[in-house]
Design a protein around this ligand. Structure first.
Ligand code: NDP
Length: 479
């Protein structure tokens, strides 16, 4: 399977004919080639985007909305094909790709296709001054969207949909590790009637293709989701050019469990929030803090539930935990398990690679629960981004609040309690962009999404995303 760049509505080989191997995580085999795009490929994508702008921004809102919704419908109609491709490329269980990833990519287009029709600008009568102010929300022009491998199409479209809904033209790069569904999206965009050049997708390495996008002087905004170190690098490169930046970065999210919670509901959700997508979700609750009075019971029940999860081939319907995304990522996650042992962590379950018959070279790891002695240990402070969670007890609300906040990240937190006053106190004080109470990953696309501290800058979602992808211009008329 040869993937090509999608530029100006057509599929192109990379100009220098450099290619990269694409691996199937379920068996460790190369199953395709992707372009290792150069600066010239990115420049061609930019030229296509520039020539499609501003005419795209001058098409009526209704027509733009209609095309986005058509893309959404075509994704839904191709659910099985896209889910199979996502699962094969990423290693995630096909059931997850079918139930979550692809439907959400379709929702992203539908949501922003509708949201743009409601995105009204403000006006202010300056009483006594005989003047009126109104604010124009103008598209930026050509923008860059760069996304990671964990939720490939889901996060790719979470950027592209608002960018084009707001009238911009896009140069986008999916992760080199998971390029497949972004490639298939090009076909869908053509079928939906998206004008040539509005969306351009270049494949390749972050350090070359991605770097060419962030360094491009005329790509005026970058929406990036990925690791914190990459985000910091992008911020440095972009700052002298005064690019607009949205950075959605790493997380080390606390899952705080009080004894007064609905226990069974908490247990079910905590299994999911720990290990969904092999723990490779920025929002996973990777640090579990449990009130001391129920700690021993929770430990037994949780470990029992985790041991029952089936690690298996992603294409099997009964698989709970698929393959990790790459060999290098598997190695990194295993190193953290070793680090935990040196820090006096106790492995309560998991910790080992899993060999699946006929797929012996796949990247499988048991879901792993580590009891840690302190919040300060590395496995409680650094993002592992795999099927590994830590657990430790706490005695008081103040103590757990301090531990939850004592980390460099600030993406999300989950709180399990039926105490209203505690809910209000803690959600005010948790240093995270998102707080879930008695639930996890319940998303309403109208809400602001993003992190504090090393988890990022800016917010996506709803009108926040449309504001990011537009420049506000105030016009003041004296009459
Ligand atoms: P990376 O930061 O390694 O990569 C993200 C994207 O950036 C990839 O497309 C990558 O390309 C590209 N990239 C890498 N270097 C550069 C560069 N110098 N210039 C431009 N682009 C570059 O992250 P991962 O793909 O490993 O994703 C995992 C991370 O993403 C985790 O930290 C996770 O927490 C975070 N994440 C955050 C979310 C949020 O909403 N806050 C949601 C999901 C994930 P390539 O793949 O070729 O290296």
């Amino acid at each position: 399977m040869t993937i090509k760049n999608y530029i100006n509505g057509n599929f192109h080989n990379p100009i220098q004919e450099n290619w990269l191997d694409n691996y199937n995580p379920s068996n460790g085999e190369v199953y395709g080639q992707i372009p290792n795009s150069s600066n010239e490929d990115v420049e061609n994508a930019y030229i296509a985007a520039k020539s499609a702008f501003p005419s795209w921004s001058q098409i009526s809102i209704e027509e733009r909305s209609r095309i986005l919704i058509k893309i959404s419908e075509l994704l839904e109609a191709n659910l099985d094909r896209f889910a199979a491709a996502e699962s094969k490329d990423n290693g995630k269980p096909i059931s997850l790709a079918k139930a979550v990833d692809i439907p959400r990519a379709a929702s992203n287009f539908r949501f922003f296709g509708n949201a743009i029709t409601q995105f009204a600008s403000e006006s202010h009568e300056s009483v006594g001054l005989q003047a009126v102010n109104y604010t124009l929300r103008q598209p930026i022009g050509v923008v860059g969207c760069i996304s990671p491998w964990n939720l490939p199409l889901y996060l790719f479209t979470w950027k592209i949909a608002p960018a084009i809904a707001a009238g911009n033209c896009v140069v986008a790069k999916p992760s080199e590790v998971t390029p497949m569904t972004a490639y298939l999206l090009g076909e869908i965009c053509n079928e939906a009637g998206l004008p040539k050049g509005v969306l351009n997708i270049v494949h390749g390495l972050g350090t070359t293709t991605g770097q060419a996008i962030i360094e491009h002087e005329d790509i005026k905004a970058i929406s990036f989701t990925g690791g914190t170190a990459t985000g910091a690098h992008i911020a440095k490169v972009a700052a002298p050019m005064f690019k607009k930046l949205s950075l959605e970065l790493g997380g080390k999210n606390p899952n705080i469990i009080f004894a007064d919670c609905d226990y069974e509901d908490m247990l079910d959700t905590t299994v999911r929030s720990s290990f969904a997508n092999q723990g490779q979700i920025c929002l996973c609750g990777s640090r579990i803090f449990v009130e001391a009075s129920i700690y021993e019971k929770f430990k037994v029940d949780f470990v029992e539930r985790i041991k029952a999860l089936k690690v298996g081939h992603p294409a099997e319907a009964s698989t709970n935990i698929g393959a990790l995304v790459s060999k290098s990522h598997l190695k990194k996650v295993k190193e953290f398990i070793e680090i935990a042992k040196t820090e006096n962590g106790t492995i309560l379950c998991g910790g080992n690679e899993v060999t699946i018959k006929d797929f012996e070279n796949g990247y499988y790891l048991e879901p792993t629960v580590i009891e840690v002695p302190t919040n300060e240990c590395r496995v409680n402070q650094e993002e592992i981004f795999g099927p590994v969670v830590t657990i430790m007890p706490f005695l008081t609300e103040d103590e757990v609040l301090q531990m939850a906040n004592k980390v460099k990240y600030g993406l999300s937190a989950t709180l399990w309690t039926n105490n209203l006053k505690r809910t209000m106190r803690m959600s005010n004080q948790l240093q995270t962009g998102i707080v879930w109470i008695n639930t996890w990953m319940l998303r309403d696309l109208r809400t602001p999404f993003g992190g504090m501290k090393a988890s990022g800058v800016g917010r996506e979602g709803g009108f926040e995303a449309l504001r990011f992808f537009t420049e506000a211009k105030n016009v003041c008329i004296k009459y």
